[in-house]
Design a protein around this ligand. Sequence first.
Ligand code: FMN
Length: 219
Amino acid sequence: MTNILIPYYSAYGHIYKMSLSVAEGAKSVEGTEVKVAKTSEFEVAKKYLSTQEPYVKAQEAQADIPEATQEDLTWADGIIWGVPTRFGLMPAQMKQFMDASGGLWAKGALEGKVTSVFVSTGSVHGGQETTAITTLIPLLHYGMIYVGLPYGENPEQLTADGIGGSPYAATTVAGPDGSKTPEERELKMAYRLGARVAKVAKALKGKLNQPEEIQGSSV
Ligand SMILES: Cc1cc2nc3c(=O)[nH]c(=O)nc-3n(C[C@H](O)[C@H](O)[C@H](O)COP(=O)(O)O)c2cc1C
């Protein structure tokens, strides 16, 4: 089996919806097992966001999704991170999850695993590319192998419409008030990203130089 992990954070549900298409795409590759898992929420965020109806509804919809663990990172052969933009970067909830993986990083436990990112922004120019590219930096520190979203497979990108889609990551535009939901073209690209990462992870599994003692070890 090839194991694909999709860890994500989603305050208002856009990245959650994208994660389901990424998961479907990964599952379309034979012999793939997929786990979708959310990062834990900050108490301070709960305190201030739980007065907002869209946040409360989106969290209810994700109630059954398990929280991502460090053991999940070890389990995975491929990891596709779901990151809504916060000031042009990944949210602190995701960064905290990554920062907790120092022990795995020090052992090289993520080296050689395949990876990619999917992104949501409020506006078209609010950080679609910067969020993907800055998220790439810790992924390179991990030693992961980044898979992009090529134009050839994703002709939907070649548009001047205000939708997501870039060679760096599958993306969606939520709208400045968050009222847009991921549309068909964005979901198609998310699906193809999931399939592409799963195919590369399957092709590379067992072929890279990952120390045996790391495989399957806990944090
Ligand atoms: C604190 C904060 C900062 C944000 N910063 C940006 C930003 O820099 N650019 C942008 O386009 N949208 C920004 N947004 C909008 C979010 O990216 C948008 O709500 C998110 O993509 C929706 O995804 P979700 O429903 O999965 O949470 C910000 C939202 C919040 C709450």
